[in-house]
Ligand binder design. Structure first.
Ligand SMILES: Nc1nc2c(ncn2[C@@H]2O[C@H](COP(=O)(O)OP(=O)(O)O)[C@@H](O)[C@H]2O)c(=O)[nH]1
Ligand SMILES: Nc1ncnc2c1ncn2[C@@H]1O[C@H](COP(=O)(O)OP(=O)(O)O)[C@@H](O)[C@H]1O
Length: 199
């Protein structure tokens, strides 16, 4: 019997650095399952689940949701993917979340997208999203074929409540304070593969 090992990766970067865009390309090329914590939370909001209703104002204001809540959500999704190669996008975002992940899974590779904050601010004002699918567009970088409408379904696109300039500012501060230490955490793990990209 041949035992095949499972490949597990994490993609990190500030809000708007391109995690979702790059993940979509990676998973198509390498056959990984893409799990986005932000998409999962937004689906809960859309479906008006207890979790979604509880977390909506926190997310709209650009605050991180509590570690135990997001860790439980992600861990329960990963439990169904025991034999699947996966790429986690948006989790972990704090050292406590990284420790929770680490206590159950060995992460093979951490990809970090390093994008200047001024570039991010510009990108987020022109980000448009197809909410049901999570497909992301940009009026400059990858515009939809028909302005304002999703390429696949033809449905209207929208902008995220948390992409307003004030909220982006808060999210970037939180990123520096709470998420950048996660990069340091991974750098200290022996044997950890890291890919750092300036985008
Ligand atoms: N100019 C430019 N825009 C990009 C690039 N990658 C992503 N974007 C756009 O930047 C915005 C944020 O990207 P997204 O993948 O949603 O970032 P995330 O918040 O890190 O998941 C979207 O509007 C993307 O279309 C890039 O390499 N160059
Ligand atoms: N791992 C996480 N820990 C805490 N909050 C999270 C996490 N992932 C997503 N969120 C919440 O969902 C929001 C949107 O996340 P996401 O779609 O990943 O944003 P972005 O891609 O712009 O960084 C975050 O601002 C935060 O409120």
């Amino acid at each position: 019997m041949v035992l095949q090992s499972v490949f597990r990766a994490v993609i990190m970067g500030a809000p708007g650095s391109g995690k979702g865009t790059v993940s979509t390309r990676i998973v198509q090329g390498f056959g990984l399952k893409h799990l986005s914590s932000g998409d999962m939370l937004r689906t809960n909001i859309e479906d008006k689940t207890d979790l979604g209703l509880l977390m909506k104002s926190c997310i709209d204001q650009g605050q991180l949701v509590p570690d135990d809540i997001i860790s439980r959500l992600i861990m329960s999704s990963l439990r169904d993917l025991e034999h699947t190669n996966w790429l986690l996008d948006g989790f972990p975002r704090t050292v406590a979340q990284a420790e929770a992940l680490d206590s159950v899974y060995d992460v093979d590779t951490v990809i970090n997208l390093d994008v200047p904050f001024q570039t991010i601010r510009e990108r987020l004002t022109s980000r448009w999203v197809h909410f049901p699918s999570g497909r992301v567009y940009n009026t400059d970088f990858n515009p939809p074929k028909k302005p304002g409408f999703d390429d696949v379904t033809g449905e209207p696109l929208g902008q995220r409540d948390d992409d307003s300039p004030e909220t982006v500012c808060r999210r970037l501060k939180d990123y520096e304070r709470r998420t950048q230490p996660v990069l340091e955490y991974y750098r200290k793990i022996p044997g950890q593969q890291q890919a750092m990209g300036k985008a």
